[in-house]
Design a protein. Structure first.
Lengths: 543, 504
């Protein structure tokens, strides 16, 4: 998601809307952040990079609410002499594709240049995946001698003055010395060769996806003609993005010229021919739940910038999001207006039910709450330190990569958080009796994910003179109320005082433990009160 | 309260102290006269104050009181007195035996000898202390002794010569100390004066006991009237965590609407969380900075057919889709992640759904995870709820119908639908609800119909699956007027004890 800010003055000049503008924008399929007397701020969703420019928004709204309905025609002039880009084989491993165009007849001012750069950055950040997938260059044609070459050279053999930098430096130096170079260094680091665009006189235009040249890569308000390129890894996406840029420039009054790309085989770009896709009226009606006619489609689709004729939709060449008929059907619904659709709940009888484990958890909660236990709810991640405050020798952590907080291990038990909560609550009156129901994690090569998840219950009771009896009373009551039986066998567990700990057995199988927490563990948690606790797997208590 | 009721409401201790208040009376006087300790007297005065029978005034005073040694000396006499008395008996004692005969320690004996010498009551001759004082001089109390006996005293009440004694004693170890004391004085109010004239000896029953019941001794007697408005000590009950109370409420809505609960893993393979949901492998959500990936584990993929169909869906598209057109990598789908949404559960459910079980409705409500820093509005885990309807005849207007009903049950009568985008639904819709307190529309949930690129691999054909979901923490925070997300899981026992039950 990216935001786009349009001055209210410019908005009103280009789009004639009255009434609740926010609502009208939303109904037309554009998410609104703010509309006030100075600005219109929009949230552009990831599927519509063609709306990342002021011109794109106006184009859409003029079709939806205005008179300019249907597919907008953009003429592409044939390449003039030397409108040519030679793609050297050396780029194959580092940045295999580029698509290019020339736009003439431009009249820039500061505001327009800002808008174009803004769009370029937003395309980089969204569909370009922060320049990883694609990068865009726009250059003043008057500073360039055609034809252009796209090639890859050794980083130290590349030398030019990058944008807003005082002097010439090498390709490698750019990655460490130029601020933009440092930001995107990751994208080229370690490559043998870096890609560059070079003009006929050998002047470097840019080193994609990092930076343009200061001399040949900076558009100013007296630029009338530009060379535009998109380089990257997915030829089709590059073409769409180039189309987004050149149609935007054309909306600003520019005249689009094709270029001849020499990949060994010759390719002409840009290609603004609309894509065609079949649309079945029946499918549209079935999916939306309407009773539209052919004529309705002929009226509705042009509101969204399409042409429609006899079951075939012509799709604007800048739309990247139409993968399937359903994408067009959504636009039919948007054109119809979600606000005009009558919600209708069908009479389909199904039986609602909570899962068996949820029901069991409800029962356990009711039983424990009825004897005065307070439920707590903790997070699923712990630090290693927290886990080891009790489980001294524990090693088989289920760890997450690159956590942004200190919490980087999935919890292995509930006891850790019970003790943590007790240690954080020394200011609450005693006795404190708490319990938690939740998932714990452990490594297990037998499962589908390599991780075993278990549903557990843990109870902790703290008071000046609490002892094993209180824990066992809770355990007794719980099992009695559940109509189940259990037995205890003495166990040695370093978390508990020796001789005051037991394994909980159900049908001879160990499902948990109960005991008085060892003073060493309490000390580790800075707890100054005796604690008794129990923890058990509840899955074995399912009926 | 009327006077007679007031009278009946007085507890025994109140009755005991009330007659001893006349004019301005100090707490100590009240306690002493009523023969109770000061804590009891103070409590009685508080009760009386609550009944508006007395007014209580407290001020602070700086007091001089005997210290640890002072208390001892008050009982046994100052060391110099004890030495003098010993000498009065023996008349003359070798210096080495002074401590012994006076029952003092060496140091005390030495200091005391100096003091007596200075006052010319003793002199030292040939290694012996010899008494020179006459009987009168021996009996005479020193200024220090006199002063000590008057303690405790208020600082401003000292005479000049007492001040001198204070200076002398202050320099000696722990004979005196200073202390600020709260002086509580009490006075009867107008109604207090009336009540205190009444017969306070009346025999009222206190606690009803089995004995009183059995012996019927209550007959003809009155029970003391309680002040039922006075505060009582708190009790705390056991209860469900407030977050789980709201979850229980939400689950009830789903089951009322005929939805069955789904359960499944919180750590799941990228296959189920992303690939099967048609999320391209280069999508930003699949980067480590957004999602928790689990170290050192690799998932097993499900049945081959589903994997192949999913691969095809991404690479070249299924059911008329163009697909994402890239080379799908099986290894990437084996990475295990903490689920970023509950839609993975929907995917598992659809994959296991038998044709004869359609139409079917399912819901999930559980924690989802995002690699985030923690502050007042962010956390790395939060609740999400979602539901799906699998029905060959379902359409988008039906989805809006379900949404309207669901949000109505959630307490949002006014609701609107606006177009939106979600990666795995088409058409998609965002739900906005009218917040009646904030007087604005808020975005609450997302919904749509699963794309055929998902449903074809999962169900074998493009069946419309209506789906909607939303984060749940915001609703909980709103209901409990919580501003800081961290409060949901801070487990402050004091807060949990006081938090009212979910009331929707």
């Amino acid at each position: 998601m990216a935001t786009l800010t349009i001055s209210r003055k410019e908005f009103d000049k280009n789009v004639k809307l009255s009434g609740d503008i926010s609502e009208k924008l939303m109904n037309a399929g554009i998410a609104v952040d703010t509309v006030n007397e100075n600005e219109v701020i929009l949230d552009i969703t990831a599927n519509r990079p063609d709306l990342l420019s002021v011109q794109g928004i106006f184009r859409h709204l003029q079709a939806y609410y205005g008179k300019e309905k249907g597919l907008k025609e953009y003429k592409v002039e044939k390449p003039e002499k030397n409108f040519k880009v030679i793609i050297d084989k050396s780029v194959k491993d580092v940045r295999p594709f580029t698509v290019c165009a020339i736009v003439k007849n431009l009249k820039f001012d500061e505001e327009k240049i800002k808008q174009i750069i803004d769009m370029q950055e937003k395309l980089h950040n969204t569909v370009g995946r922060n320049r990883k997938k694609l990068a865009i260059g726009i250059y003043p044609l008057e500073k360039i001698t055609l034809p252009i070459k796209f090639e890859a050279k050794k980083p130290n053999d590349i030398k030019f003055q990058p944008l807003e930098f005082p002097r010439e430096i090498t390709g490698l130096q750019i990655l460490s010395q130029h601020p933009t170079g440092r930001d995107y260094a990751k994208l080229l680091e370690g490559k043998n060769k870096f890609p560059i665009f070079v003009d006929a006189k050998g002047k470097v235009l840019s080193m994609p996806p990092i930076i343009n040249s200061h001399e040949t890569g900076k558009v100013s308000y007296d630029t009338k003609e530009v060379f535009v390129e998109c380089s990257g890894f997915d030829f089709e996406v590059l073409q769409k993005v180039l189309n987004i840029i050149v149609t935007t420039l054309a909306d600003l009054g520019g005249k689009i010229y094709a270029m001849e790309l020499d990949y060994g085989k010759k390719v002409i770009t840009p290609n603004l021919e609309p894509e065609r896709m079949k649309l079945s009226l029946e499918n549209a009606n079935k999916l939306i739940g309407l009773d539209l006619t052919e004529k309705d489609l002929q009226n509705l689709l042009p509101k969204m910038g399409y042409d429609y004729s006899k079951g075939v939709v012509s799709i604007p060449a800048y739309r990247v999001d139409i993968l399937h008929e359903v994408d067009i059907i959504e636009d039919v619904a948007v054109a119809y207006g979600y606000e005009n659709l009558t919600p209708e709940i069908p009479k389909v009888a199904t039986i609602g039910e909570e899962s068996p484990i949820s029901k069991l958890k409800n029962r356990i909660t009711n039983i424990l709450a009825s004897v005065g236990l307070l439920e707590v709810s903790s997070l699923h991640l712990n630090t290693k330190d927290e886990i080891k405050k009790a489980n001294y020798d524990f090693k088989d952590f289920v760890e997450v990569e690159q956590s942004k907080t200190e919490y980087n291990c999935l919890r292995i038990d509930l006891l850790t958080n019970i003790l943590k909560i007790i240690s954080q609550n020394s200011d609450a009156t005693y006795p404190q009796k708490v319990f938690e129901l939740g998932t714990v994690f452990g490594l297990d090569s037998k499962t589908e994910t390599g991780i075993a998840e278990k549903e557990r219950l843990a109870v902790g009771i703290v008071d000046e003179s609490v002892n094993f009896t209180e824990a066992k009373q809770v355990l007794d009551y719980l099992f009695k109320m559940l109509g189940k039986e259990y037995s205890l066998e003495e166990t040695e567990n370093t978390n508990f005082i020796s001789g005051r700990a037991g394994n909980i057995l159900v049908n001879g199988k160990q499902i948990g433990y109960v005991g008085e927490i060892a003073p060493r563990v309490l000390k580790n948690w800075n707890i100054n009160m005796p604690v008794v606790a129990l923890e058990l797997n509840i899955e074995s208590l399912l009926n | 309260m009327e006077e007679n009721k007031l009278l009946e409401s007085l507890s025994p201790i109140e009755r005991k102290v009330l007659p001893h208040i006349s004019g301005k009376t100090t707490l100590n006087e009240v306690a002493k006269k009523s023969d109770v300790d000061t804590t009891t007297a103070l409590r009685a005065l508080e009760f009386l104050k609550n009944k508006n029978l007395v007014s209580v005034d407290s001020s602070e005073k700086k007091l001089i009181v005997p210290g640890l040694n002072g208390i001892y000396y008050l009982k046994k006499g100052l060391p110099e007195r004890r030495l003098l008395l010993a000498l009065a008996e023996k008349k003359s004692v070798p210096l080495g035996e002074l401590a012994n005969v006076s029952d003092l320690n060496e140091n005390e004996a030495k200091v005391s000898l100096g003091t007596l010498k200075k006052k010319a009551l003793v002199e030292i001759k040939e290694g012996r202390a010899v008494l020179t004082a006459n009987e009168k001089e021996i009996e005479k109390e020193s200024l220090e002794e006199k002063f000590l006996k008057t303690l405790p005293r208020e600082m401003d009440s000292l005479e000049p010569e007492e001040k001198l004694s204070l200076e002398n004693l202050k320099s000696r170890k722990e004979i005196i100390e200073f202390k600020t004391e709260k002086i509580v004085t009490v006075e009867l109010t107008e109604s207090g004066k009336k009540i205190s004239k009444e017969d306070l000896k009346e025999d009222l029953l206190e606690q009803l006991t089995p004995k009183i019941i059995a012996s019927e001794s209550w007959k003809g007697k009155k029970f003391r009237r309680y002040d039922i408005t006075s505060p009582v000590p708190r009790i705390y009950g056991g209860k469900r965590h407030f977050v789980n109370q709201s979850i229980e409420y939400c689950k009830k809505i789903w089951t009322d609407l005929g939805f069955k609960e789904m359960e499944g893993p919180k750590a799941d393979s990228s296959f189920w969380i992303f690939d099967v949901l048609f999320t391209a492998q280069d999508h930003p959500v699949r980067e480590m900075q957004d999602t928790f990936f689990i170290k050192n584990v690799k998932a097993k993929l499900p049945n081959k057919k589903l994997v192949e169909e999913t691969k095809k869906s991404h690479e070249q598209g299924v059911g008329g889709s163009k697909g994402w057109k890239y080379k799908w990598n099986e290894d990437i789908s084996k990475k295990v992640v903490l689920r970023t949404h509950t839609t993975g559960l929907s995917a598992h459910t659809l994959a296991n759904l038998k044709k004869e079980d359609m139409p079917a409705k399912f819901f999930a409500l559980g924690k989802v995870f995002r690699n985030e820093t923690v502050d007042w509005k962010h956390g790395f885990e939060f609740y999400q709820t979602e539901g799906i309807v699998v029905d060959e005849n379902a359409n988008f207007r039906n989805l809006l119908g379900y949404l309207k009903e669901f949000y109505k049950k959630m307490g949002f009568e006014k609701i609107k639908f606006v177009p939106s985008f979600f990666p795995y639904t088409e058409p998609s819709v965002e739900i906005q609800v009218w917040h009646s307190e904030r007087k604005e529309w808020i975005e609450l949930g997302g919904a749509g119909i699963f794309r055929p690129e998902l449903t074809i691999p999962l169900l074998g054909k493009a069946v419309p699956v209506l789906a909607w979901g939303q984060g749940f923490d915001r609703i909980i925070m709103d209901a409990y007027k919580i501003k800081d997300l961290r409060e949901l899981y801070s487990n402050d026992i004091k807060v949990l004890r006081e938090k009212p039950f979910w009331s929707k």
